[in-house]
Design a protein around this ligand. Structure first.
Ligand code: KG4
Ligand code: ZN
Length: 357
């Protein structure tokens, strides 16, 4: 279907990706790890907004309702049937157990019914592989598509999502050495908690970004947790500092300076994320940096990362930063072509680390 692309990977394969680790039900079909043939995401964000965060029981019930229509839509988008697919990649963990199980059982049913191989994928690995995806999707109409440059090893990957903040050294495909991680809140979690604290809705990340546009990032001198130059992160002190400031302001003022609080908080998070990532790349001799996960959609983070390093920086387009199944299919391609096969005994792993190192 695709003519003239510059792919030179380990083999040809089309992977159906399935993602249900949190509150997005998603299916995608990706060719050769990089070419998106279909990408469908049903977000439950409106459903959970009323609870101020993801309600696990509600999430899994909604996945049950949505998963089959979403897969059907992805196959239609790609003009394919299940028999045109070479393997099914499904998120195995980490994530909400009740949500993961829906994707996993769906994948098993499809694999059994169509005799397709299955590959279980770590959700953090999937976020990393979003950097390999070509965007916008190449269509059969584009006669001579050229793929965007592929990340080159060794590279430093910063994963910043609602549940994780990890700094990873990648020397090769599927090879992860964890340099640092968060000691308390994840970056996205901090955005969500501070969003709630200053009266913005859920999810806090996009709301804080929006409010920050009218704010002064130096209005409040919030702390940066450098942790004696370790590669680890900590955001709970920052969150507490915002809470203290909010309480102090509430004593004097009826209305909070939401834009200034948001901009100052965002600047503190971005400073530390960018500072540590850029220094890790320099110290470890990595020529490239990759940023992925929901928080990598943040405009201030994207701009600062590009401005503060001489490394080549890969950040997925906004629509591939938050949870999607194209990234699962991409990671699935590299695992599948490296020989991984999982059987029907595979179970979900809600606390699965990306790397034991
Ligand atoms: O990767 P993701 O979709 O789900 C997890 O794997 O957790 O990340 C969701 C997180 C949420 O905490 C959300 O607030 C944050 O990503 N997020 C953002 C932005 N968009 C989403 N944080 C900061 N700025 C954004 N623009
Ligand atoms: Zn995620």
């Amino acid at each position: 279907m695709i003519k003239g692309n510059q792919f030179s990977g380990p083999g040809e394969a089309r992977i159906l990706g399935i993602e249900t680790s949190c509150d997005e039900t998603a299916a995608s079909i990706v060719e050769n790890g990089r070419i998106i043939l279909a990408n469908t995401v049903a977000s439950q964000v409106d459903l959970h907004a009323q609870f101020g965060g993801v309600f696990p029981e509600v999430a899994s019930r909604q996945h049950i309702r949505t998963i089959y229509p979403i897969i059907e839509t992805a196959l239609q988008q790609a003009h394919m049937d299940l028999e045109d697919v070479d393997a099914i990649a499904v998120t195995r963990g980490p994530g909400l157990p009740g949500s993961l199980v829906i994707g996993m059982n769906t994948a098993k049913g499809l694999a059994l019914g169509s005799n397709l191989p299955m590959v279980g994928i770590n959700h953090l690995e999937a976020h990393i592989y979003s950097a390999w995806l070509h965007w916008p999707p190449l269509t059969s109409e584009s006669s001579t598509p050229v793929l965007a440059p592929e990340p080159i090893f060794p590279l430093i990957a910063l994963i910043v999502s609602g549940g994780h903040t990890e700094l990873i050294l990648m020397k090769n495909h599927l090879n992860y050495e964890r340099l640092g991680y968060t000691l308390d809140d994840a970056a996205g979690e901090a955005f969500d908690k501070v969003g709630r604290l200053i009266g913005l809705g859920y999810p806090g990340g996009p709301a804080i970004q929006k409010a920050s546009q009218d704010g002064n990032p130096t209005a409040f001198a919030f702390p940066r947790a450098w942790l004696n130059d370790s590669w680890n992160f900590s955001f709970s002190g920052l969150k507490t500092a915002v809470l203290r400031e909010v309480r102090r302001l509430q004593l004097y003022k009826a209305e909070l300076p939401v834009a200034d609080l948001a901009a100052s908080f965002q600047a503190a998070v971005v400073d530390v994320l960018v500072g540590k990532t850029a220094r890790a790349a320099e110290t470890l001799g990595a020529a490239e940096i990759l940023v992925a996960g929901g928080v990598s959609a943040n405009q201030a983070l994207r701009e600062a990362m590009l401005a503060q390093t001489s490394c080549t920086v890969h950040i997925p387009p906004i629509s591939l930063c938050t949870d999607n199944a194209a990234m699962v299919a991409s990671a699935g391609y590299y695992r599948f072509t490296h020989g991984q096969r999982d059987d029907l005994a595979m179970d979900v792993l809600p606390n699965w680390p990306l790397s034991e190192v």
